[in-house]
Design a protein around this ligand. Structure first.
Ligand code: NAD
Length: 348
């Protein structure tokens, strides 16, 4: 396995391989860029099929965090961590204590938070062993998922205004893939504005809840790509926009919370070629990290919510830039993020 020449390496500052035989911890912490401040990013626990898969994931995710923080105008750099393991089976207090020790050893260069498979309760174990944890109740902002969902909702509104010329989501059908922490809150916002929902999950109980609460139409997991809807909101897995799903999508907008939605960078251009407006994942799903950036003794929810709502303006700017330069929105987002990153002197 190559590290410095890995296809996703992209000038990472530091990559740390963490092993604790006692607890069975095998984790990777990736710090992509600290130009704007300490790197901040969640920890994902996933039963990766190989170490290369885990490395690829953490490198892509941590680079995404650099761009996300720059576009959301946060005083943070980009970092991320992954634990190789099954979150239902392999979690223990010792495992998170060991990971917290590794985070602590970085002296604040990386601040850890929750991601898929890692909960607020897990972050609260780590908080006992290092100060470099965000997204806990003690920090003041708690679970980031509701804020992420609110940001996705704002992003969907920006996309609907741009592509469908609609200021309201009343009567617009949204196909939501994944009814977890973010997807379920997102459905509440969409339903509240009168959108129609088609939903799927691999957990039947989540689907039944959405049917009962929001009058949602249930769709089988594999059928969600073929579902007639104006908007497809991926809120479960990465790589859902790929050669196979692209030809099936009925929606004219892709806007959801999932990280790494494009299987490969070229799928951003492929969406544009099919005239599908893509809200770049790291822009639309920044609500949680924006909320975290307001953490501290003076946390004010109203200020954090206002900041999250700016995702709507940022996305509108990206959509306009993509139109005027004739480039995919994924490329326009990267260009805007780099503009903002390069405004900060390298030594800062
Ligand atoms: P979650 O684990 O709570 O929810 C994911 C849901 O997707 C679960 O209900 C799961 O059953 C479902 N799912 C899994 N495989 C599926 C499949 N094949 N088809 C349909 N549903 C499937 O995670 P979450 O916190 O809601 O995050 C969702 C996505 O958003 C992830 O990609 C995550 O990285 C991203 N994200 C989350 C946050 C946050 O604040 N939680 C912030 C930024 C990005």
């Amino acid at each position: 396995m190559q590290i410095f020449t890995h296809r996703e390496f992209d000038a990472h500052e530091q990559v740390v391989f963490c092993h604790d035989p006692g607890s069975g911890l095998k984790a990777i912490i990736a710090i992509h860029n600290t130009r704007r401040g300490p790197s901040l990013g969640g920890c994902r626990m996933w039963p990766y099929a190989s170490e290369d898969e885990a490395l690829t994931d953490v490198l892509r995710l941590s680079r995404g965090m650099t761009f996300k923080s720059a576009l959301a105008d946060l005083p943070f750099g980009g970092g991320k961590s992954v634990i190789i393991g099954n979150s239902r089976r392999d979690k223990s207090e010792a495992l998170f204590r060991a990971l917290a020790g590794f985070v602590d050893s970085l002296g604040g260069r990386y601040i850890i938070a929750e991601d898929v498979g890692v909960t607020v309760a897990d972050a609260e174990i780590m908080e006992k062993h290092t100060a470099y944890v965000a997204g806990t109740k003690a920090g003041g902002s708690g679970d980031p998922s509701p804020a992420t969902a609110y940001g996705v909702y704002m992003g969907i509104k920006a996309a609907a205004a741009h592509r469908l010329k609609r200021e309201s989501l009343q009567g617009i059908r949204v196909a939501v893939q994944g009814l977890g922490q973010v997807g379920s809150h997102l459905c509440r916002y969409l339903h509240g504005e009168g959108a129609k929902l088609s939903v799927t999950d691999i957990d039947q109980r989540s689907i039944e809840r959405a049917q009962a609460e929001f009058g949602a139409e249930a769709v089988a997991p594999e059928a969600i790509y073929d579902t007639p809807a104006e908007i497809f909101a991926p809120c479960a897995l990465g790589a859902v926009i790929n050669d196979e799903t692209l030809t099936r999508l009925k929606a004219s907008i892709v806007a959801g919370s999932a990280n790494n939605q494009l299987a490969e960078a070229r799928h951003g251009a492929a969406l544009a070629q099919r005239n599908i407006l893509y809200a770049p994942d790291y822009v639309i799903n920044a609500g949680g990290v924006i909320n975290i950036s307001h953490e501290g003794a003076n946390y004010r929810k109203d200020e954090a919510v206002k900041h999250v709502a700016r995702i709507r303006d940022t996305l509108s700017e990206i959509f306009r830039r993509a139109d005027s330069e004739g480039i995919p929105t994924s490329q326009a987002a990267d260009a805007l993020a780099l503009d903002r990153l390069n405004r900060i002197p390298a030594a800062a």
